[in-house]
Design a protein around this ligand. Structure first.
Ligand code: ZN
Length: 333
């Protein structure tokens, strides 16, 4: 889920500090540009600012996430947070749309203290549209806030930039990216997460994308593999693994994923035994299924076999032999 609070927004501490101060003083500027490469969180930050602007805080924290305005915003149903429509298939906002906003911005907010207009990807606006927005910013109504996001302000006319307070997002520390990924992906190995964090150069969206393309295939294979193991269907397991018979890396990833799923299944079993909750930290459906169908002793045996297979894999044992060994051992039930 996307963060709705500044504290959950990763990195860019100086910018967060400035907004924290503004939120507390209930003094958000009327015209803001958030710039930064794709994936750094411009859209997320603009939502947090919009949420803060419309919040009628009931607990002193802004945004409070509890008032009617915050709840409506979370449900994407707040009438005072407006995303102007782009013109047809072009990526620019039409001048007519901007005229409509001009009229709308002078009418009082429907429910919140402010009305917020979010112009996303403003870098693709035509000069004409930019000039129309400039007029809005030069003649603002007192309760309207205009937020523009763009990859870089060099695509915007100088007069528009000079009317706005500009916040430039930077890539974040790769350790923070790795921490974030770990919180989101319980079933992915530490090595993979660190590699994705490093390759992303501090861009969380890039890191998530790399992990999801890498794990999609392995995750769907894990589903079928788990199913065959539970049925004790050695033949089907062999057929499934045939597709990665020449791909040592994919085999290693699959077994590592299976191992961590089995470990989670064991955690579920132990928690159940003690009557403790596990939902918070085990999300995998496969782990839940394994825990449901197998005894703890059986899960521990499968963990042992998977660890052994991983060790043989690292010792470079011929992959076809290893696959046959794996299939016969895992279907012992
Ligand atoms: Zn609120």
């Amino acid at each position: 889920m996307l963060p709705l609070k500044l504290d959950d927004f990763i990195g860019n501490d100086r910018i967060k500090q400035e907004f924290r101060r503004m939120f507390k003083a209930r003094n958000i500027p009327n015209s803001i540009i958030i710039e930064g490469e794709s994936g750094l969180g411009k859209s997320t930050l603009s939502k947090i600012i919009a949420n803060a602007a419309i919040c009628s805080s009931i607990n002193g924290v802004i945004p409070c996430l509890e008032c009617t305005n915050c709840i409506k915003f979370k449900e994407k149903a707040h009438p005072d947070v407006i995303y102007p429509q782009k013109l047809g298939t072009s990526q620019s906002f039409g001048v007519d749309e901007i005229r409509k906003i001009k009229v709308d911005s002078y009418s009082s907010p429907n429910e919140a203290p402010s009305k917020v207009y979010i112009f996303e990807d403003a870098q693709s606006m035509t000069k004409q549209a930019q000039n129309a927005i400039l007029w809005l910013l030069e003649n603002p109504s007192e309760h309207a806030i205009f937020l523009l996001t763009c990859n870089s302000t060099r695509f915007l006319i100088d007069t528009l930039c000079s009317r706005c307070q500009i916040f430039s997002l930077s890539p974040v520390d790769t350790n923070l990216v790795a921490d974030y990924l770990r919180l989101q992906n319980f079933e992915i190995s530490k090595e993979k997460i660190n590699k994705a964090a490093e390759n992303s150069r501090g861009n969380i969206k890039k890191a998530l994308k790399e992990l999801s393309t890498k794990t999609d295939h392995t995750s769907s294979l894990l589903k079928s593999v788990t199913d065959s193991i539970l049925k004790g269907d050695e033949w089907n397991l062999l057929v499934l693994l045939e597709q990665i018979r020449n791909d040592r890396k994919s085999f290693a990833s699959l077994i590592a994923l299976l191992l961590s799923t089995l470990k989670n299944a064991a955690i579920i079993k132990s928690c159940e035994k003690k009557g403790a909750p596990y939902e918070g930290f085990v999300k995998s459906n496969e782990a839940k299924l394994l825990a449901q169908k197998l005894e703890l002793q059986e899960i521990l045996k499968l963990i042992e076999i998977s660890q052994e297979v991983l060790k043989y894999q690292e010792l470079n044992m011929a992959l076809n032999v290893l696959i046959v060994h794996f299939c016969s051992k895992m279907c012992f039930r």
